[in-house]
Ligand binder design. Structure first.
Ligand code: SAM
Length: 246
């Protein structure tokens, strides 16, 4: 019988944040596909789980993906984990999921920690509707487009950022967010966990040498809808309405 894929969320810092179900699945599967096997080995050792592992990361070749799919087709149950948090969310796994769907393989999510959602709920910023942008692109043109999206967003924005790029990103955000509230959720669930609140300008004053992991939560743009269009090209204007279509 064909195996299944379990997408298993793992802690983003505090190891107590693994679910009972996640542990049971990691104990039960035949293989664990990990973003970085050394990182996952630390987690498995902590919970005294011993399991064969295969590495799969963003640079893995098509052949590796196919190998994993073949193992599942010949009966292996596979858990996919990333270094921390929910696999697929700004982490590897999406391509295997897509391939598995094409092959009619069953996919089961095992929910758990996700930095974006943890940051959002602690931010105090409107959590009813939000846009998750992951990491902002480094490519200048694409980054400019994303920043424009941040500028005009009528919903809360969530961004992941690496510590060494945080100041540059805050400088870019200062240009497009003006006095909107921003929360930097730092080291969530870890010893130095903190939530730093302010405008981009204020945060640049507070956070001079960022250390640790950060999620950026940005309040929506409250300006009247008609003002949004002032900055838009005709194409962007068109795209805006296309995105609104249900
Ligand atoms: N899949 C993960 C998840 O579910 O959150 C995200 C992986 S992504 C490669 C890593 C980014 O997530 C970091 O650069 C940071 O922006 C955010 N992140 C992960 N753990 C975090 C933590 N404990 N505190 C704050 N941000 C964190």
């Amino acid at each position: 019988m064909e195996g299944k894929i379990y997408l298993v969320a793992t802690p983003i810092g505090n190891l107590e944040d693994i679910t009972l179900r996640a542990m049971r699945i990691l104990e039960k599967v035949d293989i664990i596909v990990a973003e970085d096997t050394r990182q996952t080995l630390k987690l498995l050792n902590h919970f005294e789980i011993s399991k064969p592992m295969i590495s799969y990361h963003r640079h893995s070749k098509e052949k590796k993906k196919q190998e994993i799919i073949e193992k599942i087709k010949s009966g292996a149950n596979v858990a996919i984990v990333s270094d921390a948090g929910t696999p697929v969310i700004s982490d590897p796994g999406e391509e295997i999921v897509q391939k598995a769907i094409e092959e009619n393989i069953e996919i089961i999510p095992i929910p758990g920690p996700c930095a974006a959602i943890s940051a959002l709920i602690a931010s105090g910023i409107d959590a009813k509707e939000f846009i998750f942008l992951g990491f902002l692109p480094l490519n200048k043109k694409l980054r400019k487009e994303k920043l424009k999206e941040v500028k005009n967003a009528q919903k809360t924005i969530i961004i992941y950022e690496a510590p060494h790029k945080l100041v540059t990103t805050l400088e870019d955000l200062k240009q497009v967010t003006e006095n909107r509230r921003i929360v930097l959720a730092r080291e969530i669930t870890k010893i130095h966990e903190e939530y730093i609140r302010g405008t981009a300008e204020e945060l640049l004053e507070t956070v001079k040498e960022p250390r640790g992991e950060f999620v950026i939560i940005i309040d929506k743009n409250d300006i009247e809808e008609e003002n949004i269009f002032e900055d838009m090209t005709i194409e962007e204007h068109y795209k805006y309405y296309e995105n609104m279509r249900i």
